[in-house]
Design a protein around this ligand. Structure first.
Ligand code: HDE
Length: 711
């Protein structure tokens, strides 16, 4: 079985090797293979003469350069990818005949791309935004793409509204401002007139929209899909990814500062973790709904703005994905990868979710303009590991040399090949859903309720999470300039939760209006009838869903957490080495942050490599702070304003801090003196206690008091 696994796991790697090139030890050539002996000077008529047109080496180099760019994705432009594999725990044959979900001996190769949605390719990673979580499974039966997000619901119910949604969140078209931000008038103009957006919108106001790491996010397929078993029986399914590191976020204040300190924060984190062998892992979960239960819920399972609470339908964990290899080339792999929710394999099928149906069109269409040709499926990162044979031919950049006279079916000259798959060979057949309907351009009444689930989400959060939601709304609406838009939002928030609306109204210095209905709403044709979308009271089916809080998943200790050790020359070797050993033995990474670069000397006169000089780094790039003793070191740090800022900010962001011996003097010279009893502040305590606090991510109980720190 082992041999089989390793064979399968490398099938995509082997496939990619055919196109992977290494220049090591090779001579430079042109694209036509002529050896090049000068790539610095163009061919000229005389020493100072004009450049000659015949210089094909220059022409080729410049021409290729001129055409290096392709259009970036219209949404999800900024992303980071990684290779890995998926392993199944137990056969799911009672639900599906798909090989990846029935054959436990397989190690299916995957390529995953994480992304933000609104920003350009060069925008900052920590924008408040939904994150894309797209997985390409290279299965033996062809490609299966699970193109999901890190939130379980979407903004809109019908694909028809997608261009409106995206146009409203993108930079405003007259001035192309703001980049990668939803905090502006056009977005809230749209949202406040389209109440179906509210559920996803409130998730975006939560900390889920500013993750600590791609490795610490959940993933969701969002739509209800179908699984079909060998007998042709269908079950509805919702797909979930559960990160083994737990779900964690940064604070908004950190996010803003990370923008400046390291705009590539998430991209770097993913890359570094994989290089360090700390492979990110997620378990794949199914929420299974039998066909006969389709109408058992107080909402429509085809409505992509609704989630099925895990308390109502538990998530069954069926397998694990591990990301263990960084791409060789960003453009060739991460940029050219083309996902499509319509790439499914036998055993998986669609439902009539009107958002999903629209996506089935969009994703091929977009590759045609982005990658330039219907041959995008031949690009190495996109091609399946099984063989492809059909009668499709030609078009830009065709790579395959198709032999033979026939490119049509049926044919006798080509022996009828490629022949059709016999049923037993696993040809794809669509689920035979019975359809008896009128053609209508309408929204189903079963999609009407826009308020129960945003309210359920808010109610289910921990108090600190709720506080962050209120602050996020206050920030975002505070950036809007039109009062009527803010008022409308306050009115709507009041339908979700009165306390939330009051907090935001206070922050904005505005009153919650009694009504927002007016001639304008009708005149602009908005779906503005808030009453129509109110849930009947009985529809508040759950008081709370624990799984909606970030805290519901277990943490995996301190693996891959980053701890800054703040020092200068003369720091205590004894303190430091003990702490470092414990933290590193438990999988964390300790970085020496010193008053200068190069090396720093400890009390035992040993040189230690500096990870970052104070000048080049910021507290927001670390999960926790440790300051060892050593009088000389502490005296030097006392003279550094940035050292004090580092401590104050770490406190403000509710992170764990450990200090030993003389370091207490430095701590007392900061706002730290008021936080000595804090449960995540450790003065001369064990490394084990410190590590427990780091694993808990933050001490949110500190937040109110830490608010007064002007860092
Ligand atoms: Fe996408 N979406 N989307 N989307 N989407 C794209 O396809 C679209 C939606 C998602 O890393 C585009 O190749 C429409 C939901 C991800 O390459 C485009 C609608 C969900 C990615 C497109 C939706 C997603 C995309 C742009 C409404 C979560 C990035 C580039 C009907 C379930 C994939 C591309 C990557 C990318 C269209 C709604 C997730 C234009 C029309 C819902 C993760 O085709």
């Amino acid at each position: 079985m082992k041999e089989n696994q390793s064979k399968n796991s490398s099938s995509k790697e082997k496939d990619l090797e055919k196109n992977t090139q290494c220049p090591h030890g090779k001579t430079m050539t042109t694209n036509q293979g002529q050896k090049v002996n000068d790539t610095n000077n163009s061919l000229k008529a005389g020493e100072r003469g004009a450049t000659l047109l015949e210089d094909f080496i220059l022409r080729e180099k410049i021409t290729h350069f001129d055409h290096e760019r392709i259009p970036e994705r219209i949404v999800h432009a900024r992303g980071s990818g990684a290779h890995g594999y998926f392993e199944l725990y137990e056969s799911q044959e009672k639900y599906t005949k798909a090989g990846i979900f029935t054959d436990t001996t397989r190690k299916t190769p995957v390529f995953v791309r994480f992304s933000t949605v609104a920003g350009n390719k060069g925008s900052a990673d920590l924008a408040r935004d939904v994150r894309g979580f797209a997985t390409k499974f290279y299965t033996e039966e062809g490609i299966f793409d699970l193109v999901g997000n890190n939130m379980p619901i979407f903004f809109i119910q019908d694909a028809m509204k997608f261009p409106d949604l995206i146009h409203s969140v993108k930079p405003e078209p007259d001035r192309d401002i703001p980049q990668a931000a939803s905090a502006h008038d056009t977005f809230y103009d749209f949202v406040s007139h389209t109440t179906e957006t509210l559920h996803n919108q409130i998730w975006v106001m939560s900390d889920r929209a500013i993750p600590r790491s791609f490795r610490m996010m959940e993933g969701f397929g969002i739509h209800t899909f179908r699984l079909i078993n060998a007998e042709g029986k269908s079950h509805f399914v919702k797909f979930h990814w559960k990160p083994l590191l737990g779900v964690h976020s940064v604070t908004w204040d950190e996010a803003v500062k990370i923008h400046g300190a390291d705009a590539d924060f998430h991209r770097r984190d993913l890359w570094d973790a994989i290089e360090a062998g700390q492979y990110p892992e997620w378990e794949l979960g199914f929420q299974i709904i039998p066909e006969e239960d389709e109408h058992k819920f107080d909402f429509d399972i085809l409505d992509p703005t609704k989630l099925i609470p895990e308390e109502m339908v538990p998530v069954q964990r069926v397998g694990k994905m591990t990301l263990n290899r960084n791409p060789e080339n960003f453009f060739a792999e991460t940029e050219q990868v083309a996902f499509h929710p319509g790439h499914v394999v036998p055993g998986i099928d669609f439902t009539n979710d009107p958002l999903l149906q629209g996506r089935l069109f969009s994703y091929t269409d977009t590759q045609l303009s982005r990658l330039g040709s219907p041959n995008f499926a031949e690009i190495p990162i996109n091609r399946p590991v099984n063989e492809v044979h059909n009668n499709q031919r030609d078009a830009h950049m065709r790579m395959t040399i198709n032999k033979g006279k026939t490119a049509y079916f049926p044919n006798s000259i080509g022996g009828g090949c490629p022949h059709l798959a016999k049923m037993a060979e696993g040809g794809f057949t669509s689920y035979e859903e019975r359809i008896d309907a009128r053609k209508i351009r309408e929204r189903s009444e079963s999609f009407n309720d826009h308020f129960s689930q945003p309210a359920l989400f808010y109610r289910s959060l921990q108090p600190w999470e709720q506080k962050h939601v209120a602050e996020a709304y206050t920030f975002e609406l505070g950036k809007c300039t039109y009062d009527h838009i803010k008022q409308r939002m306050l009115y709507i928030l009041n339908q979700i939760d009165e306390d939330l609306a009051n907090k935001v109204a206070n922050g904005l210095g505005m009153q919650i209006p009694d009504s927002v209905d007016g001639p304008l709403n009708q005149a602009i044709g908005a779906d503005a009838d808030v009453e129509k979308h109110q849930p009947p009271k009985k529809k508040n089916y759950l008081d709370k869903s624990e799984a909606l809080s970030q805290t519901h998943l277990e943490n995996k200790g301190i693996v891959s957490r980053k701890i800054a050790a703040l020092v200068s020359d003369g720091f205590s070797h004894e303190d430091f080495s003990e702490m470092k050993k414990y933290l590193e033995n438990n999988g964390a990474e300790v970085t020496i942050v010193a008053t200068h670069g190069g090396t720093v000397t400890c009390s035992e006169n040993k040189d230690h490599k500096v990870g970052a000089a104070l000048l080049t780094t910021e507290s927001v790039l670390y999960d926790a702070l440790y300051i060892p003793g050593g009088k000389k070191s502490i005296d030097a740090l006392l003279d550094e304003a940035k050292a004090k800022k580092f401590i104050n900010e770490t406190l403000k962001h509710c992170k764990a801090i450990a200090i030993d011996n003389e370091a207490e003097e430095l701590f007392d010279a900061t706002y730290g003196k008021d936080f000595k009893d804090d449960e995540a502040v450790f003065i001369n305590k064990s490394a084990e206690d410190f590590a427990k606090a780091i694993a808990n991510h933050r001490n949110w109980d500190r937040e109110d008091q830490a608010k007064s720190i002007p860092a």
